[in-house]
Write a protein that binds this ligand. Structure first.
Ligand code: NAD
Length: 279
C-alpha cells in the first residue's frame, strides 16, 4: 500500500496556511462529488476546491462528513459567482453556499472572476472583508485577477487577497503574474494544473515520468509543488485521485525542471482572458 505523506502547507499573508495540494471539483457531477471528496480525504488530501457555480457544494459537505476526518483538519474553498457580485448579494449568497456545504465557517472564499466591465469587484471585496471580520470566513482571496485588478483592490480597501487562483500549467506558465504575486506576498494557486488532461501525453512529460517510474500526472503535480504553487488537480476516479497525491516520495532534477520550462507557450491559455471574460 502507498504510504500517505502529510501534505505540505504554504503560509498565507494573513497568518494562516493552506495545504499545497487539494482536490478540484469543477465538472464533477453533483451526485459523484461526495464519493470523490471522501476518496480524496481517505487518500490524505486535506483541501477541497469548489465554487457556487459548480453546483456541487452540498456533495463537498456530504463527502467531508462521510470521511470522518475532523472538520478542523480540512481546508474548504468556495467561490462567489460573477452574477452575484456586489455588497448585498455577496452577503446573501455566501450564506447560501454555507448552507449547502453544511459549514459554520469557511476556510477560503474567492471572487471567481473580476468581470471588470461590471465594476463590482471592489464592492464584492468589501463584503468579503466584512465576512472575514465577522469570523464567517478565515481567509479571503480572488481568482483570475490580473495585476491591475489586484492593485485596485488594495488601493480601494487596503486589504490584500491571500492568493490568486489562476490558469497555470506547463503550457501556460504565467511568469509575469507569478512575479507580481511573489513581489506582493500573494500565493499562486494553479487551476487546470494538468492542462485539463491535455498535457499528460506530452513527450517531455512522458519521458520524465518514465525516468522516475511515475505517471505523467504525478510529474506535473510534482512540478507545481516544486514551483511553490497551490495545486488542485481534478478527478472523480478514486485511483487517479490517490495517484495525483502520491507525489511526495520523489523530486524533479534540474534537467526535468528545464524540460518543463521549455513547454511554456504564450498562446497556451485554455480558458478566457480574465480582463475580457464576462459570463
Ligand atoms: P485539470 O488540469 O485538473 O485536469 C483534469 C482532467 O485530467 C480530468 O478530466 C481528468 O480526467 C484528467 N486526470 C486527472 N488526473 C488524472 C490522472 N492521474 N491520469 C489521467 N488523467 C487524469 O483540470 P480542471 O478540472 O480544469 O482544473 C482543476 C480544478 O481547478 C477544477 O476542478 C477547479 O476546482 C479549478 N478550476 C478553477 C477555475 C477558476 O476559474 N477559478 C477554472 C477551472 C478550474
Amino acid at each position: 500500500m502507498t504510504q500517505l505523506h502529510p501534505h505540505p502547507t504554504l503560509a498565507l499573508n494573513d497568518g494562516r496556511s493552506i495545504p499545497q495540494l487539494g482536490l478540484g471539483v469543477w465538472r464533477t457531477p453533483a451526485d459523484e462529488t461526495a464519493q470523490a471528496v471522501k476518496a480524496a480525504l481517505d487518500a490524505g488530501y486535506r483541501h477541497i476546491d469548489t465554487a457556487a457555480i459548480y453546483g456541487n457544494e452540498a456533495g463537498v459537505g456530504e463527502g467531508l462528513r462521510a470521511s470522518g476526518v475532523p472538520r478542523g483538519d480540512v481546508f474548504i474553498t468556495t467561490k462567489l459567482w460573477n452574477a452575484e457580485q456586489g455588497l448585498d448579494t455577496t452577503l446573501r449568497v455566501f450564506d447560501a453556499s454555507m448552507k449547502l456545504l453544511g459549514l459554520e465557517q469557511l476556510d477560503l472564499y474567492l471572487i471567481h472572476w473580476p468581470c471588470p466591465a461590471r465594476g463590482l469587484y471592489v464592492d464584492t471585496w468589501r463584503a468579503f472583508v466584512r465576512l472575514q471580520a465577522e469570523g464567517r470566513v478565515r481567509s479571503i482571496g480572488v481568482s483570475n485577477f490580473e495585476p491591475e485588478h489586484l492593485d485596485c483592490l488594495v488601493q480601494e480597501t487596503g486589504v490584500k487577497p491571500v492568493l490568486n487562483q489562476i490558469e497555470l500549467h506547463p503550457r501556460f506558465q504565467q511568469h509575469a503574474l507569478r512575479d507580481y504575486h511573489a513581489a506582493h506576498g500573494i500565493a499562486t494557486q494553479a487551476w487546470s494544473p494538468l492542462g485539463q488532461g491535455k498535457l499528460l501525453a506530452d513527450p517531455s512529460i512522458v519521458a520524465i515520468a518514465k525516468k522516475h517510474g511515475k505517471t505523467p500526472a504525478q510529474v506535473i503535480v510534482r512540478w507545481h509543488i516544486e514551483m511553490g504553487h497551490v495545486v488542485i488537480p481534478k478527478s472523480v476516479n478514486a485511483g487517479r485521485i490517490a495517484e495525483n497525491a502520491d507525489v511526495f516520495g520523489f523530486s524533479l532534477d534540474a534537467d526535468d525542471m528545464a524540460a518543463v520550462a521549455r513547454l511554456d507557450d504564450s498562446e497556451g491559455r485554455i480558458g478566457p482572458h480574465p480582463s475580457t471574460a464576462e459570463f
